[in-house]
Design a protein around this ligand. Structure first.
Ligand code: FMN
Length: 340
């Protein structure tokens, strides 16, 4: 079993690195227009893009989203480079699914990044469906404690599991189980999708269970249906049929805007620039997240990851300047910058 999960992770990474169409380039951020200010009435150098996330200050509202972990040297290198860069740039970091570490002790160290990133918010990660396959509070607590994390992402991936040849597809009563966990555990549970978005019905279920952090992780970026389509002839056509299924991140935020005062939304899924990050904040997100744009850089070096983060940050600060927002709070309130 441990070998199967380990191999699957490496297989996923190789598919993502070798198929440029896994990134669907179909987020609808381009259709969202912003109202430019010719008179920002600000000094660009005085703009403060910092914010807080999980009680810690970060340099701008950004999280490197969950990707990987395991025994292989490649995934160990990826996580080290991500951690060094996230600490250097003071952004939040989430590790990939920690399920593997419960069956393979050699995988544990790949998730233990605290020594490399002592000050930033770090989040653990487990598939929520595993709550129907033997995982519970004990495993979730261990996942967080073993890596010194500030919270735990539970990911929702019903499409991926449906297409995956060996998928776990029993999603019955998952929201109730998430709620029970949140009541039992002393740290925040954050819930995320993996690239197909979240409807108001989903957000409402999670809100009623006490969840305060949701990464909507919408359609338009990484397509897990497409990735899984390469992993078995049987599911090839099913994976392609659903490769563009779901709500985009912007659609998810818009449809859930009535929750934006109650839930800390994270805008992930297809987020590819600091301009899109600013649009997400205007649509009600507290921070943005991104995964795939960091994968190749993380196989290279921490410096390559830092370059990608800095590109997002420069674009974000420039957008704030051109909208006349001196800090993130001002940007959040600046909803009339959106051309409706
Ligand atoms: C190589 C790779 C591995 C991933 N592994 C995980 C994972 O283990 N757990 C998880 O919750 N999401 C995982 N994701 C999903 C991302 O966290 C994110 O939700 C999704 O890729 C959409 O963002 P993007 O379009 O910026 O890539 C992975 C994504 C990539 C690219």
């Amino acid at each position: 079993m441990d070998e199967q999960i380990n191999n699957r992770k490496t297989e996923h990474i190789n598919i993502v690195l070798n198929d440029s169409d896994v990134d669907r380039h179909q987020s609808d951020y381009d259709s969202i227009r912003l109202i430019h200010r010719a008179l920002p009435q600000l000094d660009l150098d005085q703009i403060d893009p910092s914010t807080t996330f999980l009680g810690k200050k970060i340099s701008f509202p950004f999280l490197i989203s969950s990707m990987t972990g395991g025994e292989d040297a490649l995934v160990q290198r990826i996580n080290r480079n991500l951690a060094i860069a996230a600490e250097e740039c003071q952004v939040a970091l989430a590790v990939g699914s920690q399920r593997v570490m419960f069956s393979n002790p050699k995988a544990v160290s790949s998730f233990q990044l605290r020594n490399l990133a002592p000050t930033i918010p770090i989040c653990g990660n487990i598939g929520a469906v595993q709550l129907n396959y033997g995982f519970g509070a004990k495993e979730c607590k261990e996942a967080v404690e073993m890596i010194g994390a500030d919270g735990l992402f539970l990911h929702l991936n019903p499409l991926q599991e449906a297409v995956q040849p060996e998928g776990d597809t029993n999603f019955s009563n998952i929201s109730e189980k998430i709620g029970t966990l949140q009541k039992e555990l002393p740290f925040p549970i954050l819930v995320k999708e993996v690239g197909t978005g979240m409807s108001p019905a989903d957000v409402s279920l999670l809100y009623n269970e006490g969840i305060k952090y949701i990464d909507v992780s919408g359609r338009g970026g990484t397509s897990w249906s497409r990735i899984e389509s390469f992993r078995g002839k049987k599911n090839r056509s099913l994976g392609i049929a659903f490769q563009d299924w779901g709500l985009t991140t912007a659609e998810s935020l818009r449809l859930n805007s009535h929750f934006s005062e109650k839930i800390n939304f994270i805008a992930g899924g297809g987020l590819r620039s600091g301009i899109e990050l600013a649009k997400s904040v205007l649509l009600g997100a507290k921070i943005g997240s991104s995964a795939l744009p960091f994968l190749k850089a993380a196989t290279e070096s921490a410096e390559s990851v830092i370059e990608v983060i800095n590109q997002f940050k420069r674009e974000f600060v420039t957008t704030m300047f051109l909208l006349g927002a001196e800090n993130v709070e001002a940007l959040e309130k600046n909803r009339n910058s959106l051309m409706l």
